[in-house]
Ligand binder design. Structure first.
Ligand code: HEM
Length: 373
């Protein structure tokens, strides 16, 4: 049984409609199943006229949107989103071609308390499986990339909980190491996801076939990013572990752009924790008070658990940087920046920050044991 299968049933019974994954996947409020099944063929033929007609046909009357539940509104945004990205891929600004979609996207954004465009969650987690799966290309590798991203959603929801607990604890508390160990289990899904991606998606397919569908589009004069994997909120974990007080302006700028694409409760988590003291900050302060040879075992346990999670994050980031470098190498890439709006160089920066924090924790552990000179 996978972690996903263990966590998903818990999400289904949850009051948060955005976690009712099975219901969102099942929903088809626009009656779009048949039309969206034809989108890969329209994209293969670069048939902008057919894509435009399809978008126009799906755009609902505004008063229908008012009657929908959040679950239906999320599913409708998912389905319109597939056509937005498709039109843009062929060089057409979707809202210039179908202006009547603008108020509907804005209303769907308001109803769901999210950006007025589809996000990575619409494209992956909330996307049906099997025959009803929505894809731009119909290619197996596209489905694999969607599945790689969908497998981390339940784990990151669970990490939100353990990180929230961690933020309320001190490193002397036994719960501190426990919250970190649980977080480590959740974050391991990121490593599994990137390993799955490396084995099933080639950099060439990503760079040349898929990446163009994730371009930003213009919505009422503002650029809105496409459904990029970079929007997966790993930053929730970074924030509590080290980022809130040990960051870098480049990562901060990337987060300022990424956070709006996340769910309301995750944005609230970011707002609540961004001015706080990180786990690394708390641990470094606690260890600095301890004299040589007398580090309490609980503090040692907390430090070891913290170093372990940071190591898992580092492993994800090192492997992820490997595939990103290949997909964005000079002779392959079609775009300078990633679909999340940042260059591959940012990934190096975040990897270095993660590694520096891991090193700091490991060194802090070793320092008090070193006999005084
Ligand atoms: C072919 C596969 C992939 C490529 C080429 C790729 C490339 C990139 C690039 C260039 C960035 C920089 C920001 C931006 O997009 O503008 C990025 C960020 C990011 N990507 Fe990917 N990515 C891939 C797959 C994945 C997968 C499967 C996941 C996991 C679910 C993922 C998670 C992330 C995260 C969390 C970030 C934010 C930076 C960080 O936390 O280290 N990516 N990716």
């Amino acid at each position: 049984m996978t972690l996903y299968e263990l966590v998903e049933p818990g999400l289904v019974t949850c009051a948060e409609p955005r976690y009712r994954i099975a219901e969102i996947r099942a929903a088809d409020p626009l009656g779009a199943d048949a039309l969206l099944a034809a989108v890969p063929a329209m994209n293969r033929d670069a048939d902008v006229a057919a894509l435009t007609v399809a978008l126009r046909a799906l755009v609902p009357e505004l008063d229908r949107v008012d009657e929908w539940s959040v679950v239906d509104a999320l599913a409708a945004m998912r389905d319109l989103g597939l056509l937005l990205g498709s039109l843009k891929r062929h060089g057409t600004e979707p809202l210039a071609a179908v202006p009547e979609a603008l108020p509907v996207l804005q209303e769907l954004g308001r109803r769901t308390d999210m950006v007025p465009r589809d996000t990575v969650h619409h494209y992956t987690t909330w996307n049906p499986l099997g025959r009803r799966r929505r894809t731009y290309t119909g290619a197996e590798m596209e489905a694999h990339l969607q599945d790689a991203v969908r497998m981390v959603f339940p784990a990151l929801v669970a990490a939100l909980d353990t990180c929230g607990r961690l933020a309320r604890l001190e490193p002397y508390d036994p719960g501190f190491a426990l919250a970190l160990d649980r977080t480590a289990q959740h974050v391991q899904s990121m490593v599994d996801s990137i390993d799955f991606t490396v084995s099933h998606v080639t950099p060439e397919f990503f760079a040349r076939t898929l990446r163009p569908y994730f371009e930003e589009i213009d919505i009422d004069g503002r650029a809105h990013l496409g459904p990029a994997a970079a929007q997966v909120p790993l930053w929730l974990v970074d924030l509590t572990l080290w980022q809130c007080d040990r960051s870098d302006p480049r990562y901060d700028a990337f987060l300022a752009e990424s956070v709006p694409y996340s769910l309301p409760s995750w944005r609230a988590f970011h707002a609540a924790h961004r001015g706080g003291v990180s786990a690394v900050g708390k641990l470094a302060a606690a260890l600095s008070w301890e004299t040589a040879h007398r580090v309490p075992p609980r503090l040692t346990a907390s430090a070891l658990s913290l170093a372990r999670v940071l190591r898992i994050l580092k492993t994800f980031r090192a492997r992820h940087l490997g595939i990103a470098r290949k997909a964005y190498r000079d002779d392959l890439r079609l775009y300078e920046a990633g679909s999340g709006g940042a260059p591959v160089a940012l990934l190096r920066t975040v990897l270095d920050l993660t590694r520096d924090n891991e090193t700091l924790v490991r060194r802090a552990l070793e320092r008090p044991r070193t006999p005084a000179a």
